[in-house]
Write a protein that binds this ligand. Structure first.
Ligand SMILES: Nc1nc2c(ncn2[C@@H]2O[C@H](COP(=O)(O)OP(=O)(O)O)[C@@H](O)[C@H]2O)c(=O)[nH]1
Ligand SMILES: [Mg+2]
Length: 298
């Protein structure tokens, strides 16, 4: 029997954002195939599972189109452990636009209540003659101000996917930060309920009786109806705040996973576990009880 032990490790949700044409998809392709490509524009969002070092990343490559930014960037960022922001350093005409969105993310979406987040800033296309120097980018993007966000680990690199400049180095830094956060976020779950889409429970861990009864739980499931507007690739999720608890609810195929955490900083870990549970439930063997008990109660 394949076990859920691997739930304790790996598969980390990461968001890749930036304006169109910055090189996001090219970077994903390089991570997958170690070669430089000329991808077609990304439509909506593409999710890729990519192994880097000993970590499996669940990378959300989100279209830079304006329509997607507010919705898709925001909700994915809040529930991810790290963000990679890609800038086309040769495109001075859109630097201002990149500036606006970058700081919207930091100030409005991450805010100061949010902790344990890594932001990797890539000043990409450094191989192009007209690309701005790193100093200029730091200056124009006001990157020095990132030091006033102690809860965000921030680092920038001048990169070229084309020449493979600094890509490995940048990911080395990123992975080391993510590993640190993972450790800090464990053990913050208050409840975990897995059900079918009708609310019939397959697994219930709820020592504090937060969900109280299945009826109430089904109520939460009903709240999922809003999902229709928030489909994120193959994954549908929603974050609700009820009293002191944050609920991460996700629906994939015919399963719903509901995780309650008392601190929002544990939401990325909730998302990570949810993704893995859904992957596991897709398989024939649906006996999750023993191993989830071991995971949550040890
Ligand atoms: N010269 C150069 N071109 C790049 C680099 N990275 C990506 N590109 C090119 O920039 C274009 C847009 O890249 P893409 O990944 O589709 O951008 P996205 O919209 O951010 O996903 C493609 O033609 C890429 O080949 C780079 O480091 N140097
Ligand atoms: Mg793309």
């Amino acid at each position: 029997m394949e076990n859920l032990f691997r739930l304790k490790q790996d598969t980390v949700p990461i968001v890749l954002i930036g304006l169109q044409q910055a090189g996001k998809t090219t970077l994903v392709n390089w991570l997958k195939e170690k070669r430089f490509t000329r991808p077609k524009p990304t439509v909506g969002m593409v999710v890729e599972n990519i192994k880097i070092g000993d970590m499996l990343f669940n990378i959300y490559d989100i279209s830079g189109q304006e329509a997607f930014r507010e919705n898709m960037w925001k909700s994915n960022i809040l529930t991810s452990m790290g963000v990679i922001f890609v800038l086309d350093s040769s495109d001075t005409s859109r630097l201002e636009e990149a500036f606006t969105w970058y700081w919207k993310m930091v100030k409005e979406w991450l805010g100061d209540s949010y902790s344990d987040k890594a932001i990797l800033f890539l000043a990409n296309k450094s191989d192009l003659k007209n690309s701005l120097s790193l100093d200029k980018i730091i200056n124009k993007m006001k990157l020095d101000e990132m030091s006033s966000y102690p809860n965000i680990s921030f680092q920038y690199f001048k990169t070229s996917v084309r020449n493979e400049e600094n890509i490995e180095l940048a990911f080395k830094w990123f992975i080391s930060k993510i590993k640190l956060f993972r450790k800090l976020q464990l053990k913050k779950f208050k409840a975990l309920i897995v059900s079918d889409i009708f609310g019939n429970p397959l697994y219930v861990y709820d020592p504090d009786e937060i969900a109280q009864d299945t009826g109430m739980f089904v109520g939460y499931i009903k709240a999922l109806s809003g999902f229709a507007n928030e489909i994120l690739g193959h994954e549908r999720f929603k974050v609700l705040k009820v009293d002191a608890n944050h609920f991460f609810i996700s629906e994939i195929n015919e399963h719903v996973v509901l995780i309650a955490v008392d601190q929002e900083e544990a939401l990325p870990e909730a998302r990570r576990l949810s993704i893995m549970l859904h992957e596991y439930l897709k398989k024939d063997n649906k006996d999750i009880t023993t191993e989830l008990n071991a995971l949550l109660c040890d």
